[in-house]
Write a new protein. Structure first.
Length: 325
């Protein structure tokens, strides 16, 4: 049976020039490279320059994805930016990216699901493509988390970084089997009970400020491992696949230990997991497309590979997708 699939034509990413190492951080907060690396796997993160906005990072990642996909911005019908750190409260960062890319057709909007944002955005874009409403979509995860960190709080400021990643999706006909290229399944969940475990202590309707990120790391860690393993397995079942079919896991890069524990639960060896957490830290919605692009550009991810994407973040929100590259 012929069905419409959202096929990935290309990926792109962008990291700000400035690198902040653990050693450098240990000069301003009470921490060490040893502690950060042992607890998280992070060695360094990138920090956006003064005047460099989330939309600037997103635009650069989008341009690279369009180059790889060999299509022009004027052919894009839909732009979704997943971000929890928009340039402004409004307009959306996505409309700014649309303007930066020099296009006026179609429509653009932001999705806010914090670290799960890219999987949410991918799922939304897939629905538009599968219904035939959209042919070409640009799905971007972009963040400047450095702007919402309390740089005196060692329990959070060592964990996050800035960056952006993007994927171009195109509607193409498939056979309706797991051998099809494109997004084979997406699963999304949320549970607002745990708002207070990971949140930002500001916002337009509360304090009128952007606020700072606050997290009870240990509790988040526990929920992350169990939620990610479950949703990963659900996405595989929805695709009619098993962990044996997976070539690469492309997880949200929050903590090496979370990634390892989740891979063990799903039954996929670490040799099949794309890891970028050491170089980027946790870039929230940008982390999956950044990891994906790094796997594509270094030749590990090749056409026909089955990828399992999974993420968990504030809200809580979590989600997973299977994608045949
Ligand atoms: O992306 C959204 C999802 N977010 C996550 O998935 C993050 C989930 N959580 C985590 O990754 C981990 O819980 C952390 C990396 C945040 C923390 O690791 P942990 O092993 O859970 O450490 P902990 O919070 O239990 O802290 C252990 C000790 C504490 O000292 P005491 O109370 O044992 O004396 C902390 O005060 O480490 C201390 N500590 C630090 N020491 C040096 C906390 N942060 C630091 C630091 N440097 N930066």
């Amino acid at each position: 049976m012929s069905i419409r699939r959202a096929v990935a034509l290309g990926s792109g990413s962008y990291l700000p020039e400035r690198i902040l190492t653990n050693d450098e951080l240990s000069k301003t907060v009470d921490t060490t490279d040893e502690w950060i690396f042992a607890r998280t796997g992070i060695k360094q993160r990138h920090i956006a320059a003064d005047g460099e906005w989330t939309s600037d990072l997103a635009t650069k990642a989008a341009e690279r994805a369009l180059d790889m996909a060999k299509i022009s911005a004027t052919e894009i019908d839909l732009i979704i930016v997943a971000t929890a750190t928009p340039d402004q409260t409004f307009p959306s960062t996505a409309t700014r990216v649309q303007h930066n890319l020099g296009t006026t057709q179609g429509f653009a909007f932001d999705v806010q699901a914090v670290c799960s944002g890219f999987v949410y955005a991918l799922s939304v874009a897939t629905q538009f493509i599968e219904t035939g409403k959209v042919t070409n979509a640009l799905v971007i995860g972009a963040e400047t988390f450095s702007r919402i960190l309390d740089w005196t709080d060692r329990t959070t400021c060592v964990l996050f970084g800035d960056g952006a990643g993007a994927v171009v999706l195109q509607g193409q006909d498939g056979n309706g089997t797991k051998a099809d290229r494109g997004i084979l399944s997406t699963e999304l969940r949320s549970d607002g009970t745990h708002n207070e475990l990971l949140y930002v202590d500001g916002g337009p309707s509360t304090t009128g400020t952007a606020g700072c990120l606050r997290m009870r790391g240990k509790e988040v860690f526990r929920h992350a491992v169990s939620n990610l393993a479950t949703i990963g397995e659900e996405a595989l079942v929805s695709a009619g696949a098993t962990s044996d079919d997976v070539d690469w896991v492309v997880p949200h890069q929050a903590n090496h230990r979370i990634i390892e524990a989740t891979a063990r639960k799903v039954g996929i060896p670490m040799e099949q997991v794309i890891l970028t957490v050491s170089d980027h830290g946790n870039t929230s919605a940008a982390s999956i497309p950044l990891a994906l692009d790094s796997g594509v550009c270094d030749g590990r991810i090749t056409p026909g590979n089955l990828l399992l994407l999974e993420a968990m973040g504030g809200g809580f929100t979590w989600g997973a997708a299977t994608l045949r590259w």
